[in-house]
Write a protein that binds this ligand. Structure first.
Ligand code: SAH
Ligand code: SF4
Ligand code: F3S
Length: 447
């Protein structure tokens, strides 16, 4: 049974990428502005927002099991809103398949969530998957809460149309948020406690705008302006496209201390014919050349990437080229996925779909190569002294968890608070984290 009482408490569950995490926070802020409060841990919420991801079939199907799980023992359900990329792609289907869902709201329409909630509480089901010309950002409330690290969407949407990918359809065309708005939002996040800001965009290095003096700037100009904010300690950005890397962005890595030595640059495959079929518009060689330029500007930069195995038509030789690329780059970490056919994308109807066992085998081989390099990278960090930005308590008494400049998880025991930058010596490495030992500041001399 669908609920029709005005909600007093909410819970937002976000899946998928960091932009969905950001959107989830913004939706929570909107609901809080309506006087709806977060449901305490372990308690049912009156309103549940499922902020979904459509990138692979498994992620998309998950929404239906999640909706089923929200049904209470007495047969009632909370008010349910499905938001995010599945909402955008399959709004009508969700409404038809899941009668307990009251609201479907797309990634460019969620600023209208309060109205949808009011309508739903009055018994009206509604879908809002418009992509209005006026952006949601203009009407979202000011940021008032932030942890030590915060996300800030600066660019959204994608015009690249890689043949496997749903994002250009679910997020729409590329837009860059105006410079002034971003500085203001960054300032609000810093006031709320953020020490590190990660700039987000599906294609973040395509951001462009005008600074206060009306000069055209790119992402590097935005990063330079943010670096001038005194209480901001660290800046990161994700995700970049190899073809939109500029000289200015590469130079920024050599010049701006607050810009962390980390780059996530998806490649997807090491085989040129596969890259062509994917419409990636770069080759394995041009990708590696870009990485070499980053390394020249910032020799210690940690590199990360995304890979898809089993794209239609991928041969064993194509896959071998991917393994060669991994060997050539030496990633500090990377993400790899089995190709998932997405309805409406060009690749879904291409010939040469790859058998599941073959994909499993390739994924396993790729992941063991990536894990080997990740372990080697972590091991090579032993003995280094670096700042760790403290994000939370660890499990042991006196233990703290945070990130190194190279985005490795580091735990240490010592005096600290969330948001502190603690100087540690890295003493032990595991595959996914390192342990450190705080270094007294007077024992550390800056050369
Ligand atoms: N440019 C965006 C990509 C988001 S999707 C961004 O980079 O943030 C993240 C990753 O998911 C992609 O880089 C790709 O490796 C993977 N991916 C996208 N579509 C996929 C599909 N149909 N099957 C498997 N993996 C996919
Ligand atoms: Fe998808 Fe390609 Fe755009 Fe990334 S660049 S969001 S993979 S279409
Ligand atoms: Fe998923 Fe949409 Fe992000 S499909 S990866 S939530 S942009």
């Amino acid at each position: 049974m669908r609920s029709t009482t005005p909600p007093r408490t909410y819970r937002v569950k976000s899946f998928g990428c960091q932009m969905n995490v950001y959107d989830g926070e913004r939706m929570a802020e909107l609901l809080a502005e309506q006087g709806i409060t977060p449901a305490p841990d372990g308690e049912d919420a009156d309103l549940v927002v499922l902020n979904t991801c459509h990138i692979r079939e498994k992620a998309a199907e998950k929404v239906y099991s999640d909706i089923g799980r929200l049904r209470r023992e007495d047969g009632t359900s909370p008010l349910i809103a499905v938001a995010g990329c599945v909402a955008q792609a399959e709004g009508e289907e969700i409404m038809a398949r899941a009668p307990s869902v009251s609201m479907v709201v797309g990634p460019q329409a969620y600023h209208r969530l309060p109205q949808l909630v009011a309508d739903a509480a009055a018994g009206k089901r509604a879908t809002d998957t418009d992509m209005p010309a006026a952006t949601k950002f203009d009407v979202l409330p000011t940021r008032r809460r932030a942890g030590a690290t915060a996300f800030l969407t600066v660019q959204e949407g994608c015009d690249k149309f890689c043949t496997y990918c749903v994002v250009p359809y679910t997020r729409g065309a590329e837009i860059s948020r105006p410079f002034r708005d971003l500085i203001q939002e960054a300032e609000a996040l810093i006031t709320a406690g953020a020490r590190e800001i990660t700039l987000l965009g599906q294609n973040v290095n395509a951001w462009s705008g005008e600074d206060d003096k009306g000069r055209a700037i790119g992402l590097d100009g935005l990063i330079r302006a943010l670096a001038n904010l005194p209480d901001l300690a660290r800046i990161r950005y994700t995700t970049s496209h190899p073809n939109d890397v500029t000289d200015g962005l590469i130079a920024a890595h050599g010049e701006i201390d607050k810009l962390m030595p980390y780059l996530h640059l998806p490649v997807q495959s090491g085989s040129d014919p596969v890259l062509k079929a994917m419409n990636r518009s770069h080759t394995a060689e041009s990708y590696i050349k870009v990485l070499e330029r980053f390394r020249a500007a910032r020799p210690d930069i940690a590199l990360s990437g995304d890979f898809i195995v089993g794209f239609p038509g991928e041969t064993e030789d194509d896959f071998a080229a991917t393994l060669d690329l991994v060997d050539a780059v030496g990633y500090a970490q990377a993400y790899s996925f089995k190709y998932s056919a997405r309805p409406g994308t060009p690749a879904a109807t291409m010939d040469g779909h790859i058998a599941a066992e073959v994909m499993d085998d390739r994924l396993q081989r790729l992941q063991s190569a990536i894990n080997r390099d990740q372990m080697a990278f972590n091991t090579s960090s032993i003995g280094k002294t670096c700042d760790v930005l403290v994000e939370r308590h660890g499990r042991k008494p006196g233990q703290w968890l945070g990130k190194s400049p190279w985005l490795q998880s580091v735990h240490f025991i010592g005096q600290a608070q969330i948001g502190d930058l603690v100087r540690v010596e890295l003493i032990e490495a595991g595959p996914n984290s390192l342990s450190g030992q705080p270094v007294p500041l007077d024992a550390y001399s800056v050369s």
